[in-house]
Design a protein around this ligand. Structure first.
Ligand code: PMP
Length: 352
């Protein structure tokens, strides 16, 4: 007997970022520091009290309420899962699938099209403008041609860092024939969020993650805010008890450290300004970032060679040079000032 995966999976490449042991790791847009003091102890206390022999609260009521309170919305508008990737997957399982299409605008977060395809959803691809901002004429063209059940935007966009402003999101909202998903994995670093446009009678959902600002990439927790009827649908599709009890507690406890989180976001935004100012003195093109990372392209250099030269100096950044439209581009996560200084020193040497 031959064991064969689905034919439509055969040509798909996975999504990988090398996990290399280096001194300075700036390749996956994580927070540079662990959660604030007191967080781990509070989680440990909860874990010690857990009823390990029982399934967790299937509807994760207290976590859901805490997220809802954090955003000033109704708990019925909150759906959480194991990382925002699983939120996106549950959206595709519920609103995509055979005979349906999802639209993406490249370059953007690779998992949008990847998850769509894995769930059997066809992908319609549009191109961003020359400067990599969203091109509304192109959006209009793709939506008219493909009539997608799901349209993905990413704001700030990974890997460019660029923000879609309110006028742009409103314009796309007026055009979509189905669901509009705005992935705000980096939303806290930006001056504006599409959250304020979410309505029970509208087609918009906004996804968020605990992986970046909340220093909780290890926990795998993400969520969306969307219409109540959509959240009820996702609750039906996702596996029973998908959120384990430890994660439910950790997420709820993290939200109690809101003030510390906001202070960290503010200092990362300031540090982003410092890094961008230093990059301006180097022979690189830099895209304007509203996120905790910066996309840049070294002038007259092979991107992979620069990436390797940084790695040789124990600095790991993301090599985006093989991604659509990103020839020679690298993406660096904002780290601690010391990590960023190490990156800048290594980059100066690599470009010398
Ligand atoms: N969306 C975007 C735009 C991202 O960059 C990432 C993380 N790389 C995710 C979603 C997934 O985040 P999570 O860790 O919550 O699955």
């Amino acid at each position: 007997m031959t064991i064969r995966p689905r034919d439509d999976l055969a040509l798909m490449a996975g999504y990988h970022s090398p996990q290399v042991d280096v001194a300075v790791r700036l390749n996956t847009n994580e927070a540079p520091e662990p959660p604030p003091p007191g967080f781990a102890e509070a989680v440990a206390e909860e874990v010690a009290r857990l009823a390990w022999h029982r399934y967790p609260d299937r509807s994760y009521r207290t976590l859901r309420e805490a997220i809802a309170t954090h955003h000033g919305v109704d708990p019925g508008q909150v759906f959480a899962a194991n990382g925002s990737n699983e939120v996106l997957q549950t959206l595709c399982l519920s609103y995509g699938g055979a005979g349906r299409t999802a639209a993406v605008f490249e370059p953007t977060y690779a998992l949008h099209s990847h998850i769509a395809r894995i769930t059997g959803t066809a992908v319609a691809t549009g191109e961003r403008s020359e400067d990599l901002s969203l091109d509304l004429d192109e959006v209009r063209r793709v939506l008219a041609e493909a009539s997608p059940a799901i349209t993905f935007l990413c704001s700030p966009n990974n890997p460019t860092g660029m923000l879609d402003d309110e006028a742009t999101i409103r314009a796309v909202l007026a055009l979509v024939p189905g669901l509009l998903v705005v992935d705000e994995a980096y939303g806290q670093f930006a001056p504006w969020s599409a959250l304020e446009l979410v309505r029970d009678d509208g087609p918009l959902v906004v996804t968020r993650t605990f992986s970046k600002t909340w220093s909780m990439a290890a926990a795998r927790l993400g969520y969306l805010i969307g219409p109540r009827s959509l959240v009820a649908q996702l609750d039906e599709v996702v596996l029973p008890y998908h959120l384990d009890a430890v994660k439910q507690a950790a997420g709820r406890i993290a939200l109690g450290f809101d003030t510390a989180m906001r202070a960290r976001v503010a200092s990362l935004v300031e540090e982003r300004g410092r890094l961008v100012a230093r990059l301006a003195d180097l022979p690189v093109t830099v895209w304007p970032s509203a996120a905790n990372f910066v996309l840049f392209r070294p002038h007259d250099r092979d991107g992979v060679a620069v990436w390797q030269a940084l790695l040789d100096r124990s600095v790991l950044v993301r090599d985006c040079s093989s991604w659509p439209r990103l020839d020679g581009c690298l993406r660096v996560t904002i780290g601690t000032p010391a990590e960023d200084d190490a990156f800048l020193a290594a980059l100066e040497e690599a470009l010398a």
